[in-house]
Ligand binder design. Structure first.
Ligand code: UD1
Length: 380
């Protein structure tokens, strides 16, 4: 049997884990023998943002831990680069596979490109066309550095072609996050169990419906005036429907720093700790309405057919609006409330599942990688 190729697969933050789990499985099953080295940069490190997800998603422990932790954009990116360079020197992989758009994605892509190790980018081509988002900078630069680019929706191909990337390098494979969703959906945690775990079993006693809220984008949570406006809007919405709000560590820290947490001290808003994957699936699946600024949640609600309002001015995932159950609600309190009430009254749009969001995206990726490696690393 021939010696397996070796691919360094990078994870860093919570949303990377649900994307990487199916890719690791698909690479292991690929007709071309491929060994994966799982590298964790340590951008996320809390058990409820990180370690618990490995267990829940059936992922093996990382082979290499860079333990970079939190820091400014420059400090975090630089530390990942420094430590990842040593990993590439000692392991000499045939390629580096990165997912998504977090700081570690760009840091590892840049390190690899400088060392002439080909970069394979999963979830390539998404664009919000808002360079104020750190993720948009990470997306554009990672794509420019990549040899193979795997897109999750049709807009990705058009964006990449417009940026001068040759079509032969781009493969429309579908959405790996939905591979994981389809695999785990039957094991979603019932909502009552989620509430019991945080001693809130009685929270939905008088209601059959609830809204689910997630927020973590710097543009929403780092500006105290904007955060206050959003919290006041949530409290208003809670007069119509109880609100469940799992708090991202960044958001919890900002609410504390600006003393805004007390605004949420009302009986119809429940703040929860960051939720496990299956708990989050359960909460999304049964929600009457989801309000979010997360890209992953926009996609997951589209896959579930649950109405979603995106609390941003744009989305880099336009298929969730054109075909899915998502709508852009923007940043105006009265618009957010009017759209929410409309969904509560009329049910909102169910949408339909976008092409290739079928549970097999990772297999398609592994197939392309296997063929590319067999052709000695030539793109196509
Ligand atoms: C990062 C990604 C974002 C992604 C999000 C998912 C970038 C630029 N942003 O944002 O695209 O949607 O992850 O969650 O890469 N913290 C903890 N424990 C942790 C991780 C973070 O307490 O395990 C706190 C720290 O105070 C840290 C802050 O959260 O400073 C922000 O963490 P960071 O990883 O820098 O960015 P996220 O907001 O999580």
């Amino acid at each position: 049997m021939s010696t397996p190729y070796r691919i360094a697969c990078v994870v860093a933050a919570r949303p990377n884990l649900m994307k990487m789990a199916p890719i690791l499985r698909a690479l292991a099953a690929c007709a071309t023998p491929i060994d994966s080295i799982l590298v964790h940069t340590g951008q996320h490190y809390d058990a409820d943002m990180d370690g618990d997800f490995f267990t829940a998603l059936g992922m093996r422990a990382p082979d290499v831990q860079l333990q970079v932790g939190s820091g400014s954009h420059a400090a975090q990116t630089a530390l990942v680069m420094q430590r990842f360079e040593s990993v590439l020197e000692s392991t000499a992989p045939s390629a580096v596979l990165v997912v998504g758009d977090v700081n570690s994605t760009l840091a590892c892509a840049l390190t690899a490109a400088k060392m002439q190790v080909p970069v394979l980018h999963v979830e390539a081509g998404l664009r919000s066309y808002d360079r104020a988002m750190p993720e948009e900078v990470n997306r554009v630069l990672t794509d420019q550095l990549s040899t193979l680019l795997f897109t999750s929706e049709a807009s990705g191909m058009n964006n990449l072609l417009r940026e001068g990337i040759p079509a032969a390098r781009i493969h429309f494979v579908g959405n790996v996050m939905i591979d994981t969703l389809q695999r785990e959906l039957a094991r979603a945690t019932p909502v009552l169990d989620v509430l019991r775990q945080v001693n809130l079993a009685g929270f939905l006693q008088h209601d059959t419906r609830y809204a689910l809220l997630t927020l973590h984008r710097p543009s929403n949570v780092d500006d105290p005036r904007r955060l206050r406006m959003l919290m006041e809007t949530v409290v208003k919405l809670s007069e119509d429907v109880p609100v469940l709000f799992p708090l991202h560590p960044r958001t919890r820290a900002m609410l504390q720093r600006h003393e805004l947490g007390k605004l949420l001290d009302t009986p119809r808003v429940a703040c929860l700790p960051p939720q496990a994957y299956r708990a989050m699936l359960g909460l999304m699946k049964h929600a009457s309405l989801v309000l979010t600024d997360s890209g992953g949640v926009q996609e997951e609600t589209t896959a579930l057919g649950v109405p979603c309002l995106t609390l941003r001015d744009s989305t880099e995932r336009p298929v969730t609006v054109s075909e899915g159950s998502n709508a852009i609600a923007g940043r105006d309190a009265s618009v957010i409330l009017a759209l929410s009430r409309d969904i509560l009254r009329y049910g909102g749009k169910a949408g339909r599942i976008p092409p290739f969001w079928d549970g097999h995206a990772a297999e398609r990726i592994a197939g392309h990688i296997g063929r590319w490696l067999a052709l000695d690393g030539e793109p196509g």
